[in-house]
Write a protein that binds this ligand. Sequence first.
Ligand code: GDG
Length: 448
Amino acid sequence: MNRLVIVANRVPNPRERGATAGGLAVALKDALTRREALWFGWSGQIAEATAAEPTELRVGRITYATLDLGREDYRRFYQGFANGSLWPTLHYRLGLAHFSREDHAGYRKVNAAFAATLAPMLRPDDTVWAHDFHLFPFAAELRRRGGRQRIGFFLHVPFPPGGLFCALPRAEELLADLAAYDVIGVQTEDDAGNLREALAAAGQAEAAARVQAFPIGIEAEPFTALAEKAMEKRETERFRTSLVDRALIVGVDRLDYTKGLPQRFCGYGQLLARFKGHRSKVTYLQVAPVSRGDVAQYRALRRELDEWVGRINGAYAEPDWAPLRYMTRAVARPVLAGFMRMARVGLVTPLRDGMNLVAKEYIAAQDPDDPGVLVLSRFAGAVAQLPGALLVNPLDPDEIAEALDQALSMRREERRARFEDCAVSVREEGARAWCRNFLGVLEGANDA
Ligand code: GDG
């Protein structure tokens, strides 16, 4: 079998098997164990200047080749254009986007540097798969250097309507760049429709035909097993004891402004204000590991959430009950799976999300005989696969409160039926299927 080359902004460190084992690494596990692979991208380290030669590390059949980013490139490419311009725009938040020509130039420069370093390492029959919004121009840069391989692209985040995307300066250039990919994958049919229209309007009708939706999933079985096993852990038992039979609501999100956390906290506050019967009978645990902590908007969000936590606990706590437990440290995955299994409600209310794997993990973690209820934003890509969820508009705290009340009061029969409606696709449309579907289309792409 030919080699698979994964290109992603961040490359997992195979020596680090800590709490935050990357989602992409988990999703690609199947593909990476079946064939020889090269994983190429940023090391996560910052140096004086971007390295021209990668550092290589071979573990089994996978070679990890990483580059340190120069300080200026990190600031322009990563913080500036990728996280400061593209991330908000792709999440429909133009008001939060900023643009500078220097950042844009830095973004192009790093994509060109990645391509220049990878090009001589490639074999003619490699399959190259680039991931996410950091790499729109990557294939075009590789083609410029003579790359003739099959190159696929998968966008993990949403793609907004063309009119919105094209408000970002240089948007047409990014669309033209995408045309260098053989397959352009997105999460949902809505994203696919938006991207096709944007490409067609930019005169890239041929590329529009190469856009396809591949909803990403999780491997449900191992996650279920993890959750079951967690029930025997001392940590889980200690946590359960601390709840004193109160119903648990759980939220797990990177601390990011797309995840709707202030509105969610407000919604929980509304539950306690309006549905007084739940006071002292419910505990909400929010795990929100800090991400992009060096960006001003993220620091401001953290302050806002600190205030919400103080306000809610200040208003409703009893000497023996804190209504909201909030932690900004990451929790180990096996422990997290246990929290999800224990929770009567999984609360997942992003303002916009490409897919949202937490929603699927929550379902996989449940006991089918006595499952909890998923309260889910209608703007998460996962909605299409989770018909049993209670849907909410994440901008409406009252709707969140009403859904929480409904979920907390729901009888077992209805919980079971709703769970089954979700579990089918979580089980059947997993990470392995996602990988195989994408690579099947990409590797069939030039065979016609
Ligand atoms: C992007 C897109 C798309 C979170 N906290 C901890 C922890 N996590 C894990 C979750 C889950 C993953 O991180 C987060 O995945 P999401 O899909 O929810 O969100 P993003 O990070 O924004 O991912 C998203 C995804 O890419 C895949 O295509 O679904 O739309 O934005 O697995 O469990 N894991 C551990 N400790 C934590 O504290 N161990």
